[in-house]
Design a binder for this molecule. Structure first.
Ligand code: NOJ
Length: 740
C-alpha cells in the first residue's frame, strides 16, 4: 500500500480501533470456533476488543492461520490484517541445535542459512514474525536461558545476531522470509545470581560494551521489531525505561520499527513496584514507546481513558499504530493477508531432505569435542563392541524444549545414528537409568500424578535396567554414555543452583565406569554443566547441546570419524558452580593471580577452586593436532593511516583434514579505565588438509581498539597493546604493538 493510503487509513481509525492495533492476544482467543469466552473473561475484555486486536501470539499452521485471518477480516471494518507472531527459535519443523550450539559453530554464514530455512518453513505455515534472534549475552550458566543465546562474547554474539536477522528476513520476499523480532532488550542475560527474571544492575559502560552490541547489530541489520526484557536496568524495568527504549534504541540507533513488550511485562511494572496500577503501568510503557502490549489488558483498557482525560497525547498512540501499520505494509499483508501460508508448501517444503542435510551439517559444526584421552575417538565401526547407554541413548527429546513446532518423531536418535555405522552384533543399547530420580516438578507444568508415574521408571525397572546395562557393559569394549539435563531443567524459568548431571545419572555412571572399560560421554544440555568429575573419569567427552532433528546422525558422524569435530565453545564451562559468573574477558584486578607484588594468599583467587574455566571460551578439540607458530606483525606500530598485519602459521600435524578456528584477541594494557585481560576481535575458520600448513593473516585497524573511555566516549587511546592468536582463549601466542 502506498504511504499516503496508509496514512489515510490511520486517520480513518477511531481511537479504539487504533488501540486495537497495539494489543496482542494469544491464540486461544481465536482458535476456537465459538467465542473464546474463557480467556476473555480472564483478561476482562469484550468481544469487540478481540475483533480489533492487531496481532496474535503463537498460532501457526497454514490452514489455521488462513481461516482465522478470513474470519477476522470478515468482521473488520477497515480490513487491516492480523499479524501472526510466533516463537520460532531454532527451527520450525527442521530443528537445528539450540543457539548455544549454533554459537559453537563459529560459523555465522552457515547459521544464516539455517535461519533462512527456519523462515521459509514457518512462512509456509503462516507465521509473519518470529521472536528471534535472542541475543542476550550470558555469563552465568545457572540461567536456564543460556540455551537461547549464542554465548558470552559481545563480538561473536553480534556476528550471529546479524547472520540470524539476515537469514530470517532475507530480501523480505514472502516465500523466503519473516520479520525478525530481536530480544530481549536489554541485558536480560545478566539477572543476578543467574535467577530467572531477576534484577539487572550494571554500569552503563559495561552495558554498552558487552551487552548492547548484539542488539545493535540486529537493528543495524534491519530487524523489524524489538522485544523488551522482563528485567530492570538501573532500577527501571525495561518496558517502561525511557533511557533504553527512547534514548538508546530509538534516538541513538534510529530504530523506527515496532517495540513489543515481553509476555505481560507491562502489567508486571506493578509487581516491580514502579506503577501502582494498570493505568500507571500503561502510561509508563507507552511513554517509553512500547508499541504492543503482549498478553495483558493494560493497553486494551487503559489507553483510551488516558487519552480522553488528557494524561497522554493521542499522538503517542498514532506513532505506535503507524509503526504497526508500516510493519503490516512491509510484509505485504494489505495486498495479501495470507502472505505465503500454504498447505501445499507445508506439504512440500517442511523437513525436506535438503533441510535435513543442512541440519546435519550445522549440528556437526556445533558439537564440541571436549576431551579425547589417548585419541580414543574416532572409533572404527564394527571393530569394538559398543554399549550405548543412558537416558538419551534412544531418546527423541534431542530437539529440546524451545522447538515448539518441531516433532519429536522426526528426530534421529543417537541409537539410530549408531545403527547407520554398526552391524547389530557390535551395538547394544539400553537406557540403563532414569533421567531424573524425581519428576514431581512436572506437576508445576500440569502433569497429574498418573502421568508422572508413567514417565518415571518404577523401582523394579530401575533394578532391571541397571542389571541389564551392567551385563551388556561387561561384554562391551567401549561404553558410550548419552546423558544430560531434562529438557525442562533449562530454558525459560529453568534456573538451577546445581548444574551437574542429575545425581541418578552420576551414580549410574560411577557403577559402570568401575568396570574399567573405555568410556565416551555425550552430554545433552541447554547450558554448560559442571563436568569436573566426568572429565576425570571419562576418556572422551562430546558436548552435544540439544542437537536437533539430525542430532543422532551428527553425533555418530563424529564418534565414527566421518566428521572431524570443529565446534568451539562460545561459553566457558566452570569447574564449579561457585565460580559463576565466569567469562574469559574479565578485568585483571589489582591483585591478579600472577601478581608481582603480592603472593600466596592475598591475590584474587578462590582457595578451593581454580579461577579459570575447566573448558574455556573458544575451546574444542579435533582429531588432528594443530600447531601455531611464527606469529609476526608487519610493524611494531599501528597508526591511523597504517593498519597492522598479524600473521601466524597453523600446521595440521595429522593425517586427516581438519577445520581450525583461528582466534585473535587484543588487550589494551593501560587505559583511562580498566580493560579486559583479552577481547576477541577477529577469527577465521580455516580448512587444513592432511599434513599441511597455512599462514593466516588478520588486519588490525585502529577501529578495533575503540572502547568507552573514562569520559564515556567510544574512542581509542594510544599506548601499548598485547595481541594474542591461538586456537582458544587460553592457549595463545603473544605479540605486542603500540598505537601511536
Ligand atoms: C516469554 C519469553 O520471554 C519470550 O522469549 C517469548 O518470545 C514470549 N514469552 C512469547 O512467547
Amino acid at each position: 500500500m502506498k504511504q499516503e493510503n496508509l496514512k489515510a487509513l490511520l486517520n480513518s481509525l477511531t481511537l479504539q480501533e487504533k488501540i486495537g492495533q497495539l494489543i496482542q492476544l494469544s491464540g486461544d482467543f481465536f482458535a476456537a470456533d465459538q467465542l473464546a469466552v474463557g480467556p476473555q473473561k480472564k483478561l476482562g475484555i469484550n468481544q469487540e476488543i478481540v475483533q480489533q486486536v492487531g496481532s496474535v501470539l503463537n498460532i501457526v499452521g497454514a490452514e489455521k492461520t488462513k481461516s482465522i485471518q478470513e474470519t477476522y477480516l470478515g468482521n473488520s471494518r477497515h480490513k487491516i490484517p492480523l499479524l501472526f507472531m510466533a516463537d520460532i527459535i531454532y527451527g520450525y519443523r527442521t530443528i537445528f541445535p539450540i543457539p548455544l550450539g549454533l554459537g559453537a559453530t563459529w560459523n555465522p554464514a552457515l547459521v544464516e542459512k539455517a535461519y533462512s530455512v527456519l523462515a521459509k518453513e514457518s512462512s509456509a505455515a503462516g507465521a509473519h514474525v518470529t521472536f528471534a534472534p535472542m541475543v542476550d549475552l550470558v555469563r552465568d550458566a545457572r540461567w536456564g536461558r543460556c540455551l537461547e543465546s549464542t554465548g558470552e562474547d559481545a563480538f561473536l554474539n553480534a556476528k550471529f545476531s546479524t547472520a540470524m536477522v539476515n537469514g530470517i528476513q532475507g530480501d523480505f520476499s514472502p516465500e523466503e522470509s519473516l520479520a525478525s523480532c530481536v530480544k530481549h532488550f536489554a541485558a536480560y542475560g545478566a539477572g543476578e545470581g543467574g535467577r530467572e527474571y531477576n534484577t539487572v544492575d550494571m554500569s552503563e559502560r559495561r552495558l554498552r560494551e558487552d551487552y548492547l552490541p548484539a542488539y545493535q547489530a540486529a537493528v543495524d541489520a534491519g530487524a523489524k521489531l524489538v522485544m523488551t526484557s522482563f528485567n530492570t536496568y538501573d532500577g527501571v524495568p525495561v518496558t517502561g525505561n525511557e533511557f533504553l527504549l527512547k534514548d538508546i534504541l530509538r534516538t541513538e540507533w534510529g530504530f523506527e520499527g515496532v517495540i513489543i513488550s515481553d509476555y505481560a511485562a507491562i502489567q508486571e511494572l506493578i509487581a516491580h513496584g514502579v506503577a501502582a496500577d494498570d493505568r500507571e503501568a500503561t502510561k509508563l510503557a507507552i511513554e517509553a514507546t512500547t508499541d504492543i502490549d503482549m498478553k495483558t489488558a493494560c493497553y486494551a483498557k487503559q489507553l483510551e481513558p488516558l487519552v480522553n482525560q488528557g494524561e497522554i497525547s493521542e499522538k503517542l498512540i498514532d506513532e505506535a499504530v503507524w509503526r504497526v501499520l508500516q510493519l503490516k505494509n512491509d510484509l505485504g499483508l494489505f495486498e495479501n493477508p495470507y502472505r505465503s501460508a500454504s498447505k501445499k508448501r507445508e506439504d512440500h517444503e517442511l523437513l525436506t531432505p535438503k533441510n535435513r542435510e543442512l541440519a546435519r551439517k550445522v549440528t556437526s559444526e556445533a558439537l564440541v569435542l571436549l576431551q579425547n584421552k589417548n585419541d580414543l575417538l574416532p572409533l572404527t565401526p564394527n571393530k569394538d563392541k559398543i554399549l550405548l547407554v543412558g537416558p538419551y541413548s534412544d531418546n527423541p527429546e534431542l530437539i529440546g524444549l524451545w522447538a515448539v513446532h518441531g516433532k519429536k518423531e522426526d528426530t534421529i536418535t543417537i541409537k539410530r545414528g549408531f545403527e547407520t555405522y554398526l552391524n547389530s552384533e557390535f551395538l547394544s543399547q539400553t537406557a540403563g537409568c532414569d533421567l531424573l530420580s524425581d519428576y514431581q516438578f512436572l506437576g508445576e507444568f500440569g502433569a497429574t500424578k498418573d502421568v508422572i508415574s508413567q514417565i518415571q521408571m518404577s523401582d523394579a525397572e530401575k533394578v532391571r535396567q541397571l542389571e541389564k546395562a551392567t551385563a551388556l557393559a561387561k561384554d562391551a569394549d567401549v561404553i558410550v554414555f548419552a546423558m544430560g539435563e531434562h529438557t525442562l531443567q533449562s530454558g525459560e524459568a529453568g534456573s538451577r543452583t546445581d548444574i551437574t548431571l542429575p545425581a541418578i545419572q552420576k551414580e549410574f555412571l560411577a557403577e559402570l565406569t568401575a568396570l574399567g572399560k573405555k568410556t565416551v560421554l555425550v552430554v545433552i544440555s541447554g547450558r554448560p554443566l559442571v563436568l569436573t568429575e566426568e572429565s576425570e573419569k571419562m576418556d572422551a567427552i562430546i558436548q552435544a547441546w540439544f542437537p536437533g532433528t539430525e542430532g543422532g546422525h551428527a553425533i555418530a558422524d563424529i564418534i565414527f570419524g566421518k566428521t572431524n569435530p570443529s565446534g568451539r565453545l562460545s561459553m566457558s564451562f566452570p569447574y564449579t558452580v561457585g565460580q559463576l559468573p565466569l567469562y574469559y574477558n574479565e578485568f585483571t584486578t589489582g591483585r591478579p593471580l600472577d601478581s608481582k607484588t603480592h603472593s600466596g594468599r592475598f591475590v584474587s583467587k578462590y582457595i578451593d577452586s581454580p579461577n579459570e574455566a575447566l573448558f574455556p571460551f573458544g575451546f574444542g578439540l579435533s582429531f588432528s593436532k594443530v600447531e601455531y607458530t611464527n606469529l609476526s606483525l608487519s610493524s611494531a606500530e599501528l597508526t591511523e593511516n597504517k593498519p597492522l598485519e598479524a600473521s601466524i602459521v597453523v600446521e595440521n600435524k595429522a593425517n586427516r583434514a581438519t577445520t581450525e578456528t583461528v582466534q585473535l584477541y587484543i588487550q589494551d594494557l593501560v587505559g583511562s579505565v580498566v580493560r579486559p585481560v583479552k577481547e576477541l576481535k577477529a577469527f577465521q575458520k580455516v580448512h587444513l588438509s592432511a599434513n599441511s600448513q597455512q599462514t593466516v593473516s588478520f588486519t588490525i585497524t585502529k577501529d578495533m581498539l575503540r572502547y568507552y573511555t573514562k569520559s564515556m566516549k567510544f574512542d581509542v587511546e594510544t599506548g601499548d597493546f598485547n595481541l594474542y592468536i591461538g586456537g582458544n582463549s587460553r592457549d595463545v601466542i603473544r605479540a605486542e604493538f603500540i598505537l601511536k
